[in-house]
Design a protein around this ligand. Structure first.
Ligand code: FNR
Length: 184
């Protein structure tokens, strides 16, 4: 079967390390998996008053997530938590009450930061939110990545020193998706 994976990057920055990491990871995926970047930068700020008339951008987000069988989150750490833009997208997709698009889609959380803690605290916050949203999350290996020289090669792939580690992660992630995806 074919699995469509929705990639949600918590950074809107053009040269985002997290976006770069997402693009490098996609190159390691086995056949049968396709990936789509989900746009979250143009979503309005969530306002519960709009639940009855969600904007075009919100409906697009919800239909993109509904059309996917799995989720892949790559988040920066902003002040020891997740960026507001990411939380905003999660909130939009969870509403109106009872019509969340997140539930039951297997997912994983990774992140890269310039700091030595490698987004560990942001990821823990994100896991907390996703647990409530009923997203079955891959537990191991944890992916707390520090942006260092050599993380990426000159073609935008994963550099040789980390390649085996990321290949191992991709194996675990795709096994997890095959095991938990509902409609593939
Ligand atoms: C940061 N950064 C950061 N890094 C970190 O390891 N822990 C943190 O708490 C923070 N806090 C923080 C707040 C804000 C508002 C900004 C803009 C940045 C630095 C962060 O790791 C760095 O900017 C990364 O490059 C962000 O990821 P992208 O945009 O490259 O994907």
């Amino acid at each position: 079967s074919q699995y469509n994976v929705a990639i949600i990057v918590g950074s809107l920055r053009k040269d985002s390390f997290n976006r770069k990491l997402a693009d490098a990871l996609v190159k390691l995926a086995p056949p049968g998996f396709s990936f789509k970047h989900i746009e979250i930068g143009d979503l309005p700020l969530y306002n519960q008053d709009d639940d009855g008339a969600q904007s075009e951008q919100v409906l697009r987000l919800k239909s993109d997530i509904s059309a996917s069988q799995a989720l892949l989150f790559l988040t920066p750490e902003y002040n020891r938590s997740i960026p507001g833009v990411l939380k905003n997208a999660l909130d939009h997709g969870s509403r109106p009450y009872g019509q969340s698009v997140w539930g039951g889609k297997p997912g994983a959380v990774l992140g890269v930061s310039v700091g030595a803690t490698g987004t560990a605290l942001a990821q823990q916050h994100l896991r907390n939110v996703l647990a409530y949203l009923d997203v079955p999350l891959l537990g191991q290996p944890e992916m707390f990545i520090q942006a260092k020289e050599g993380l990426f090669d000159e073609h935008g792939g994963i550099g040789p020193a980390s390649l085996g580690f990321f290949q191992g992660w991709m194996q675990r992630y795709t096994d997890w998706v095959r095991k938990h995806a509902i409609h593939a």
